[in-house]
Write a protein that binds this ligand. Structure first.
Ligand SMILES: Cc1ncc(COP(=O)(O)O)c(C=O)c1O
Length: 341
């Protein structure tokens, strides 16, 4: 049984169990459907099996050894991946998301930080290159080492995952990829290659780009089973409505309807005719000929009601995902035309 059909099932059992709202006390009435489906792992439902089946179907879709549903974001997946890898030493980027360092500390690893150069022209860090990985691994004399990289970056720069994974295998180093911003990659040939099939561990936020609700995410492993690690940092009372949205989200991404949706999104963004600065067309990185990133951001917000994701002195970043409509992109096109892009 799928998680979705499990939650559609009716039962006349009386629940003297958690959750305490009993599917009836709708404290916030608009969400009454959510409360109704907010079950716990009681006998009447026994949802653990449905979850296991949903995860194993997902791992077939992604072509991984294990795929785990996360209800505490990529943050929890990255921490769990570091623990599951059983590495003693870990190479982490000194400018990465804070969960990289937190995960390494929680796992009790010996941390080796690496730096990457900033692209001063764009005001952003690009991702790690094959040569940079080669240099990092030259110095590795220890086995039990993992390399943790971020690809794509927030701003849409993607690494040569296939090459990096080959290098890591040659050096007996485990590869963990923070693909929080790349959850759409396995479902389109027009986006950078996903790490899911190459890396030992890949973590993706469904909520960032793939239409998932906050903070749904996935942890893929081609190495150890992450269950034990996840159990150390995850609640024993998972939200089944949230888990069911993950199942539905993956089914949609993998369906012909979902793939068509993504193709249309990419083609609509292409119609903006913007210069290519990064590797991922869904992360629109704007550099105006005369305005600073901050000035552009302010003008977009004040004059056109368009809010960006992130801005620096040089560039402004607009993130697109499954929820980005043609209407929104047309509005953006008009605004950019008016600002001589
Ligand atoms: C590169 C990167 N990795 C990991 C995370 C953590 O993801 P989540 O919010 O899904 O926990 C973020 C969040 O912004 C991120 O930007």
């Amino acid at each position: 049984m799928s998680l979705i059909s499990l939650l559609k099932r009716k039962t006349n059992k009386s629940f003297f169990t958690t959750p305490s709202h009993g599917g009836r006390l709708f404290l916030f009435h608009k969400f009454y459907q959510w409360y109704k489906k907010d079950i716990s792992e009681v006998d009447a439902y026994n949802p653990t099996e449905a979850l296991k089946n949903a995860e194993s179907r997902a791992s077939k879709i992604y072509g991984t050894k294990y795929t785990k549903f996360l209800i505490n974001g990529s943050t929890s997946g990255i921490i769990a991946a570091i623990m599951a890898s059983e590495c003693k030493n870990i190479l982490i980027w000194d400018n990465a998301h804070i969960c990289h360092k937190n995960g390494a500390e929680l796992a009790g690893c010996n941390i080796m930080e690496y730096s990457l150069p900033k692209d001063e022209n764009l005001g952003v860090y690009k991702t790690i290159t094959l040569d940079e990985v080669k240099n990092l691994l030259l110095d590795i004399k220890n086995k039990d080492t993992a390399l943790l990289i971020t690809s794509p970056t927030y701003e849409g720069f993607a690494a040569n995952i296939e090459g990096i994974s080959k290098l890591c295998r040659q050096h007996d180093v485990k590869l963990i990829v923070d693909e929080a911003h790349g959850a759409l990659y396995p479902f389109s040939d027009e986006l950078p290659e996903s790490a899911v099939k190459y890396a030992d561990y890949t973590i993706q936020s469904l909520h960032k780009t793939a239409g998932g609700i906050n903070p749904t995410a996935l942890l893929h492993s081609n190495d150890n089973n992450p269950d034990k690690a996840l159990s150390k940092i995850t609640t024993t009372s998972p939200s089944y409505p949230m888990l069911a949205t993950i199942e539905a989200n993956i089914n949609y991404l993998n369906s012909s309807k979902g793939k068509k949706h993504l193709r249309h999104l990419i083609s609509d963004i292409r119609q903006l005719n913007l210069p290519t600065i990064n590797d991922d067309i869904t992360k629109i990185l704007l550099k105006h000929p005369t305005m600073s990133g901050f000035e552009l951001s302010e003008a977009l917000y004040d004059k056109y009601g368009i809010e960006d994701e992130r801005t620096n002195e040089k560039t402004t970043l607009l993130l697109c995902g499954l929820g980005t409509t043609k209407k929104m992109l047309n509005k953006l096109k008009k605004a950019l035309n008016n600002m001589s892009f």
